[in-house]
Design a protein around this ligand. Sequence first.
Ligand code: FMN
Ligand code: FE2
Ligand code: FE2
Length: 408
Amino acid sequence: MNVTKVSDDTYLLSVNVENILFEGLWEIPNGVALNSYIIKGEKTAIIDGVCGWDGVPESLFALLDKLNIDPKSIEYLIINHMEPDHSGWIEDFKKINPNFKVVCSKKSAELLDAFYGHTENVTVVTDDDTLDLGNGHILKFVEIPNVHWPDTIATFDTLTGTLFSCDAFGSFGNATESNYDDMLKSDDIDFYENEAVRYYANIVAAFSMPVKKAIDKCSALPIKIIAPGHGIVWRENPNKIIEDYIRYASYQKGPAKEEITLIWGSMYGMTEKAVNYVVKVLEEENIKFNVHRVPEVSWGTVLASAWNSTGIILAMPTYEYKMFPPMAAVLEELGKKKVFGRKAFRFGSYGWSGGAQKELDEIMNKYCMKWDFIEPVEFKGSPRDEDLQLIETRIRDLVKEVRNAVNS
Ligand SMILES: Cc1cc2nc3c(=O)[nH]c(=O)nc-3n(C[C@H](O)[C@H](O)[C@H](O)COP(=O)(O)O)c2cc1C
Ligand SMILES: [Fe+2]
Ligand SMILES: [Fe+2]
């Protein structure tokens, strides 16, 4: 856990969380930072709270100590979003300072009661409401519902131009002492960009429409700094993360990047033979591609990769008259996260009846995914030369379609 200065009277307190599945579900190989912010006007406010994984509240109080802030002097707790990764320490904080006031949206207030039974001293704010902390720090609230829960707001400090954007503009990846874009090298920025896509695809992808609305709404503000609830703070070039998020949201319907994601699974290596052949064809085509075997590779990684890719190749056998089950599970997740409008191709092995294709069609229809499929290739048992030739032709067609979609 660390503390750094964001801007005048404004501090970032971060705790890194590792070795868990985020939301009990998403693998986070590089961890995730949970960010809280302190603003010291004549009155002190804390925005969002980092929760228990790090021995909080003790470590939080140690950080406050570094800033010479007595927890009792924190008058306002601003909850941008009631999800426990932002508010989980409220119970502990209550023990130290029972007199704080909560500022949050109407929906957060309801959730606060439901999750923690907290109802006292709650001020409900809505669009354009303000809170004056003194010394020029007038905070303005912006409702950004469904980024990521229906309760979410962003808080804007009109003095420093800092938008405390909560889950919007966040990324995975642990925080360091240099948790600011102006302190990072371009390699680090690339690292965080990958972490941002992964975060976006796993956490907010399904809410891409609300993300677009939130960006439109926040664009009206004179933003100088973006200070999200997760990941790095954008001080030098806040527009970068705004533009990145606009781009990520646009990937929902496709086209996305000029990339192909190949997702495959195989029981006895028959489909795998064709996968190995396809990898060589893709190398020859000189297009960027990512290969993920299911169930070995986690959903979160496959999802992030598919989110970025305009083309998707699925390779799986038939299993008990249906699709190889881990592939079906991943595709269901892609459907729920609304990975729509991809250029796609599927091939795979079967023994006697087939059935994988039928389930694939069902999933595509169920989630209205509108993937534009090239005719599939199914082969009985091991792929023959003619099967591989046909697959090769279709892969090359797919690559053309991907390039056309991205460049037209
Ligand atoms: C548990 C199991 C269930 C299967 N169910 C079916 C089936 O319902 N219909 C079918 O045509 N083939 C079925 N097969 C045969 C496989 O689709 C076939 O062996 C195929 O070559 C497997 O490809 P792979 O080696 O890439 O996994 C099944 C195979 C196994 C091991
Ligand atoms: Fe959230
Ligand atoms: Fe969050």
